[in-house]
Design a protein around this ligand. Structure first.
Ligand code: PGA
Length: 290
């Protein structure tokens, strides 16, 4: 009779050993995975390709990403190619969860603005996001907070989600001016945005000294600054709104630092430059973030 009991003496004796063998492993997976999977906001990781890639090269990259990222549902993945590649890529991403972003747009809807692109023209290529006020445009094209806010409002009017970039220079950080600079940029660049528009707005915190330099903000610096930005958004809008805004970190994000950065409670994704130009490194950043 004893042998048909649901738990034999032998089973009972080795049960603790079995539990020891399985439980930590199971719990371990849960603990490690929970850092970024239980985030309050869905992660958004965007590749800013800057002035790189011909149409053929852009297609190659996106085809590779489609294969690598076919099963990724936990992250909104956006690629931001040059304007000239948007047409080809808009067709290539149709059967995927990849989204398209542009790197800039005009604050005007049409007219005599040579060399500019309007929001409505981006929409023709299924563009969903647009990077605004990147530090390179602030530096080389002398874009101001006022202009960035006008572009942001034009983007929202066309149902494009702006990714509004802010960040301090090294001299500003070393001079203890980081918060002051960010406050001016955030208030100016988001001037006129409504509470309803904010959940559809992404803020990218990109310390200028970390862009393309290989230097990354420490996770503590990133979290502290993101929390400061969310606090500002609370003051400008309200807490409910601020909790819905996704704040990306940008500046030398790579596969090796993505997980730690993304595990911070106020870091809701990344804006990736150099490492977004290769299938391997960009897809590893995304996989390491979940
Ligand atoms: P990086 O660029 O990742 O090459 O530092 C980031 C950016 O400029 O958006």
């Amino acid at each position: 009779m004893e042998s048909t009991a649901w738990l034999t003496d032998y089973d009972a004796a080795i049960l603790p050993i079995r539990l020891c063998a399985f439980a930590p492993w199971r719990l371990g997976v849960k603990f490690f995975a929970s850092d970024t999977m239980n985030k309050e906001r869905k992660l958004i990781i965007a590749g800013n390709w800057k002035m790189n890639k011909t149409v053929a090269e852009a297609l190659d990259l996106v085809r590779g990403l489609k294969l690598e990222l076919a099963n990724i549902k936990e992250v909104d993945v956006v690629v931001c190619p040059t304007f000239t590649a948007l047409g080809a890529l808009s067709k290539e991403i149709l059967d995927s969860s990849l989204r398209l972003g542009a790197q800039n747009m005009s604050e005007h809807n049409f007219g005599a603005f040579t060399g500019e692109i309007a929001a409505g023209m981006l929409k023709e290529f299924s563009v969903r996001y647009v990077i605004l006020g990147h530090s390179e445009r602030r530096q080389y094209q002398k874009e101001t907070d006022e202009l960035i806010s006008k572009k942001g409002l034009a983007a929202h009017a066309a149902s494009l989600k702006p990714i509004v970039c802010v960040g301090e220079t090294l001299a500003e950080r070393e001079g203890g001016k980081t918060e002051q600079v960010l406050e001016t940029q955030i208030k100016g660049s988001l001037a006129g945005f409504s509470k309803d528009q904010m959940p559809e707005t992404v803020v990218a915190y990109e310390p200028v000294w970390a862009i393309g330099t290989g230097k990354t903000a420490t996770t503590a610096q990133a979290q502290e600054t993101h929390a400061f930005i969310r606090g500002l958004l609370t003051k400008m809008f309200d807490e409910t709104v601020a909790r819905k805004v996704r704040i990306q970190y940008g500046g030398s994000v790579k596969p090796s630092n993505a997980r730690e950065l993304m595990s911070q409670p106020d870091v809701d994704g990344a804006l990736v430059g150099g490492a977004s130009l290769e299938v391997r490194s960009f897809s590893d950043i995304i996989k390491n973030s979940i």
